[in-house]
Design a protein around this ligand. Structure first.
Ligand code: ADE
Length: 221
């Protein structure tokens, strides 16, 4: 799978793309991620990428030409072009899984007060938000997409079974996990987990998942 990111702040991606499992997957070629500096497509001597909004109002709006130019340079017939924006449809587990089936994703990071609507309408295939809050730009949202999608790519995660059984994949939140010591500051690990009865452990975990989900996310499936 290939992911291209179009941004005014390429350096923001350095640490995330170099660390941990993601860094290893990119280094080994399991996953190909490239970051493109939108400024390279800026207009005129000052490589301008934004302008005042038509109709007036505060702030600047990102112009369409640099974004169209950058994306058209990268895209092919396989590409799925995504604009990150707080106005997008909300990204959830199933949306991440669907994105992971794509051969090639192009992520456009918006900045400033907005992006000329023609980008969403005529260039992007989808507009996605990672949550109901406003970030300074789409960069952190793009990192969330890269990391969540990459976990579905075979070979990126060390242990694929942990992906299947993990939180969200069955519309449930994860059960509580414990490790050593069995006693810590007077708090003990639930007895059943020390019992060695796999059937009982499974039943307990399932009941805990149901409880946690009911308490915290009654909106879940
Ligand atoms: N850009 C700014 N806020 C965002 C959000 N919540 N999701 C995606 N992109 C954004």
């Amino acid at each position: 799978m290939r992911i291209d990111i179009v941004t005014l702040f390429p350096r923001m991606f350095d640490s995330v793309l170099n660390a941990s499992l993601l860094g290893r997957a990119i280094e080994s070629g399991t996953l190909e991620v490239k970051v493109h500096d939108l400024r390279a497509h800026g207009l005129g001597k000052h490589r301008s990428v934004d302008d005042e909004p038509y109709g007036g109002g505060a702030g600047m709006v990102m112009r369409p030409e640099p974004i169209f130019d950058a994306v058209e340079e990268i895209r092919d017939e396989q590409s799925h072009v995504v604009l990150l924006s707080p106005r997008g449809s909300l990204l959830r587990h199933d949306g991440v899984a669907r994105l992971a089936e794509r051969e090639h994703i192009i992520l456009i990071c918006g900045r400033y007060e907005g992006v000329d609507e023609r980008v969403a309408e005529f260039l992007a295939d989808a507009e996605l938000s990672i949550g109901d809050y406003v970030l300074a730009g789409g960069e952190l949202a793009a990192m969330v997409v890269v990391e969540s999608v990459s976990r579905f790519v075979p070979g990126v995660m060390g242990n694929m079974t942990s992906l299947e059984s993990e939180s969200h994949s069955q519309g449930l939140l994860e059960y509580p996990q414990y490790t050593r010591p069995a006693q810590y500051r007077g708090h003990s690990v639930p007895e059943v987990l020390l019992s060695g009865h796999h059937g009982e452990v499974d039943r307990w975990r399932r009941a805990q998942s149901d409880r946690v989900t009911r308490e915290r996310r009654p909106d879940f499936s």
